[in-house]
Design a protein around this ligand. Sequence first.
Ligand SMILES: Cc1cc2nc3c(=O)[nH]c(=O)nc-3n(C[C@H](O)[C@H](O)[C@H](O)COP(=O)(O)OP(=O)(O)OC[C@H]3O[C@@H](n4cnc5c(N)ncnc54)[C@H](O)[C@@H]3O)c2cc1C
Length: 463
Amino acid sequence: MNRFKSIIAGLSEIVGPSGVLTESTDLVAYSYDGTSNWHATPDVVVLPTTTEQVAAVMQLAYDQEIPVTVRGAGTNLSGGSIPVEGGIVLCMTRMDRILDIDAANFTATVEVGVVLNKFNQALARQNLFFPPDPQSFLAATIGGCAAENSGGPYAVKYGIFKHYLLGMQIVLPGGRILNLGGKTVKNVTGYDLTLLLCGSEGTLAVITSVTLRLLPRPETRQTILAIFDEVTTAGGAVHRIRQSGLIPAKIEMIDNWIIRRIEEMSPLGLPRAAEAILLFELDGNSAAVENESREVIRLCREADAVDVRPAKDAEEAENFWAARRAGFSAIWGNSPTVLAEDVTVPTDRMAELISTIQTISRRHDVPVVMIGHAGDGNLHPCILTDKKNAEHFHRAEQVASEIFSTALALGGVISGEHGIGLEKKKFLKLAMEPGAIELLKSIKQVFDPKGLLNPGKIWEAGP
Ligand SMILES: Cc1cc2nc3c(=O)[nH]c(=O)nc-3n(C[C@H](O)[C@H](O)[C@H](O)COP(=O)(O)OP(=O)(O)OC[C@H]3O[C@@H](n4cnc5c(N)ncnc54)[C@H](O)[C@@H]3O)c2cc1C
């Protein structure tokens, strides 16, 4: 206790007393993230405002051998920011300055606490655009997106976070500050450490700022809603559209259970009777968008869509996308525990993935509802269960395990965007060869020899 008192005094000296939280009510607020079945309370929360402060905190933690869990907005869905071994939660939200928007070179440098939506609002004022769009973008920070290598609906056409990452500043465990990468799209200078850090889930270093590639904002956007009477038919339609050579900016899918819950929560105009809907966005210059919209409507009809409706104006389009964003909260609001899975398969195996999941769900008598980024093969089968009901939860875990095996058998992966964290670490061995897991552990050892940074994540036995 006395040791911790002196550590807290040391932390206060580094970031000032207002940057250190120790009240139990504050600590509880940092004990959870976007998952519904993981909680752990830190001993102290530290909110730095500069890279130098981060370095001093990391040095103190290293000397005193205190675990550090980095946190942005805490919206991740893998248990990534849960401080399972207590210690310090290093919350980066006060490092929230956009340092530079270089419109001439289509790059920007930002501190990691910048909220993604704020970043895109600032870019829009200069007619620029940063595509990676996790559907938590109203809250998620750039640092969390970098550490999770986040993507979203725009991945179909524009890719994910790593495709825009040019450089970064990091702080290593022990406090050393390093600048990696640069400002150019082409850069082959030694191993690409920025890419190693991207998606490292806060286990290797604290990222304090990033330099990102930008795009000009598309001139026009058109949203189209297609209605299907089978989830698998919707999956087949996605494949057909991809095969046609069209590249819509977004193709999202929502199943009937989720459609009805969204409409119960806040009616946004989704068709309640539809077994599944697909939402498309086409973007680019007006003539191209008009042609492509016509093609998407034709192909959906050919693929047995019951109805296809282009959004009549920007307001209706925004309603459709708001409904898509509400998908996860609609699911969480209706089940005590949700295992939100994140499997991804090649797009031509999507229909098979969906129908196999339906069979697994029926066999174990555990509801599985589905929402996802259908255009890039990334599906979120959400398993509805209750951790307090051990027998049901056991069946739910069995369902998860079979879903992972199915995705792998179809040539896919166990996580497309949420990461491994705590939620999937049991299953890492299914998805990676033992030699590759050993290599991950060796890399961790090089960056973090004392195993203090975000301990207990990614692989079963801890670092
Ligand atoms: C409703 C909802 C929708 C979502 N939709 C999507 C989606 O479409 N696509 C998608 O990819 N994800 C999605 N997510 C997951 C999540 O929002 C993203 O992973 C997001 O990028 C996390 O950002 P954050 O600031 O909340 O990070 P946090 O949750 O705070 O942290 C995430 C991980 O990053 C680490 N970390 C955070 N900041 C740093 C840093 N500066 N340096 C080093 N490590 C750091 C943490 O330790 C943790 O392991 C969704 C979540 C919700 C709740």
